[in-house]
Design a protein around this ligand. Structure first.
Ligand SMILES: C[S@@+](CC[C@H](N)C(=O)[O-])C[C@H]1O[C@@H](n2cnc3c(N)ncnc32)[C@H](O)[C@@H]1O
Length: 237
């Protein structure tokens, strides 16, 4: 029987990839967001060891189903939730129906000028974007066999289609991109109302939908990051 390997030109039908993101990573992007936006409140879903949470210098609230903190991220609890969330980083469960719910619930406690940051929505290939972390059927074709972004890119695609009122700025920062969402409407109910339909519509979306998603998001490089965030900061004042 013929055996195919990753360095041959053969690619499975469900394969896709985009160029690896280059430049400073998402931690540096988050650091700059905090420095430029200077949010009074920060909310995070998915903290793990605290690598992103430690970057917040303001009153912060973090959610995780299994904290494994290895740094001191305790903030003054007296300051907690003294106002709406101004900056949020959503990096919890890596399946799109979870992130969509996280977005819906987070938007409700933001103000219009707040910024919600979505992690992992620009995965570099079909293996990195596999739905189940344990699924290894495309591993041999990936330049990043250890990475798992999950299929949360579908959440950004749903937001783009279902919420044209939102402003979305995508950045190809390593390893798997950041999408900044603003122009929020805490009173909006359309995502919650149509949640099941959105989840069903994207259940089997493959490479064509991903390509259309990336083309529509038009991700910028790190060089444009500061200018975009400064614009958001001016609007937030
Ligand atoms: C990629 S890690 C977060 C990394 C962290 N944000 C950073 O950048 O250093 C994802 C985290 O999401 C958490 N998680 C998974 N499912 C979750 C859920 N349903 N709700 C909240 N957190 C969840 C996991 O326990 C894990 O700690």
């Amino acid at each position: 029987m013929e055996t195919r390997t990753a360095n041959e030109t053969f690619r499975p039908p469900d394969w896709w990839e985009i160029p690896s993101h280059e430049g400073p990573d998402y931690y540096e992007a988050l650091r700059r967001l905090h420095a430029m936006l200077r949010p009074a409140t920060y909310f995070e879903i998915g903290s793990e060891t605290g690598g992103s949470l430690i970057l917040a210098g303001c009153a912060s609230l973090a959610v995780d189903q299994a904290f494994r903190l290895n740094c001191n991220v305790a903030h003054d609890p007296r300051k907690l939730l003294g106002g709406p969330v101004e900056l949020a980083f959503l990096d919890g469960m890596h399946n799109y129906e979870y992130l969509l719910r996280d977005f819906i619930n987070t938007e409700r406690v933001c103000r219009p000028e707040s910024v919600i940051v979505l992690h992992d929505c620009l995965p570099t290939d079909a293996h990195v974007a596999r739905r189940e972390g344990g699924d290894q059927h495309l591993r041999a074709f990936s330049a990043h066999p250890e990475w798992w972004a999950g299929d949360v890119w579908k959440t950004a695609a749903i937001l783009r289609r279902a919420r044209p009122d939102l402003a979305m700025h995508a950045f190809g920062v390593p390893p798997t991109g950041l999408v900044l969402v603003t122009g929020l409407n805490p009173a909006s109910y359309v995502l919650a109302r149509d949640y099941d339909a959105h989840v069903a519509a994207f259940a089997s979306s493959g490479p064509e939908v991903f390509r259309e998603h990336v083309a529509a998001l038009r991700p910028l490089g790190f060089a444009e990051f500061d200018a975009v965030v400064e614009g958001l900061a001016r609007r937030a004042q």
